[in-house]
Design a binder for this molecule. Sequence first.
Ligand SMILES: Nc1ncnc2c1ncn2[C@@H]1O[C@H](COP(=O)(O)OP(=O)(O)O)[C@@H](O)[C@H]1O
Ligand SMILES: [Mg+2]
Length: 373
Amino acid sequence: MNQGLYIGVMSGTSLDGVDLVAVSFEPLKLHATLTIPFPEQLRNDLIDLTLPADNEIERMGVADVALARLIGESINRLIAENHLDKSQIRTVGSHGQTIRHRPEAGFSLQIGDPNLIAEVTGLPVVADFRRRDMAAGGQGAPLVPAFHQAIFQDQMVHRITLNLGGMANISVLPAGQPDQVFGYDTGPANILMDAWCFQETGQTFDQDGAWAATGQMNEALLSQLLSHDYFARPFPKSTGREDFNLEWLQQQIDDVQLSDSSLDHISPQDIQATLLQFTAQTVIDAILQTDLATGELWLCGGGAYNRTLWHAIANGIPQWSLKSTLEIGLAPTWVEATAFAWLARQRMLGLSGNLPAVTGAQGLRILGTLTHR
Ligand SMILES: Nc1ncnc2c1ncn2[C@@H]1O[C@H](COP(=O)(O)OP(=O)(O)O)[C@@H](O)[C@H]1O
Ligand SMILES: [Mg+2]
């Protein structure tokens, strides 16, 4: 059972696209990869579903089917284009799209119907990874730390993995101490930068952080952003678009401008530079709060390609050496999808997928529900 291929399918809060991988484990090997950008209509529908509005059940049902069909067809394409032998594929791990993450209320909702994915692909599908952890009192997030631990923990060197997706999460992996691993969502990574960049320039993201690099970080706005009560909360904690979105950002900009009229002329690129520093600062603070003095910081997620962000983080923690996960043959883009392939394999092997120290769950749990082929 632990041989063979696993397909991982992930689309995170950025809603930039669906990432697919076919991987085998022990040793970890990537066999095929594919990213499918969201059709604009579906992307807008999914974003709309992340905040309360009218007629949600009907719209959710329609999006659930549309996304599942897209995922199923993308899996078929991954298999066909790479000439993968379908009989070698053990299972698909499909995260689905989070449309609401409300750990305080005990729920997190991912859509992309696994029944339809199984029907379209003829493959067994593990999905609904988060709710068992929540049933056990956890946040249901982040779930990647167990995978980060399995792949990155070292006997000699302290390591932290940092996933820069829509949100940012860290997994803290003290050298040789598997029972001391912890992690949490540090706050937004790209979500506000993407939204601001799109509103101001029409580009869906700031390639390499080039636009942010033309601006000046604004101290008053940065401290206003840092005053969000999420950052003072102790972990376990996790976050999403519910906490950090364009409306919230606009409110913060209005608030600083009200209190200081000299800030009326803060330029769009200065705001972008401030958002970038906001992500960097919350990550830096989280790393300084660990009691690890030095080590390696492994970056993954799309934000690992943002050079300006990379340098901003490096500047704040000179005692840490920054590395791209590409150094172990797993490009930053594919880490999360690989994690959900790994979580699906854990499910098939009857092994746990959560880390109670990360999610706050009462104990280890086998995650995900299986839909047969
Ligand atoms: N070359 C790049 N330069 C700057 N940012 C990038 C680059 N490539 C990807 N990104 C950022 O990464 C985001 C996608 O990251 P991803 O890990 O897929 O997040 P999610 O898991 O939320 O989907 C994009 O929205 C963009 O902000
Ligand atoms: Mg993505």
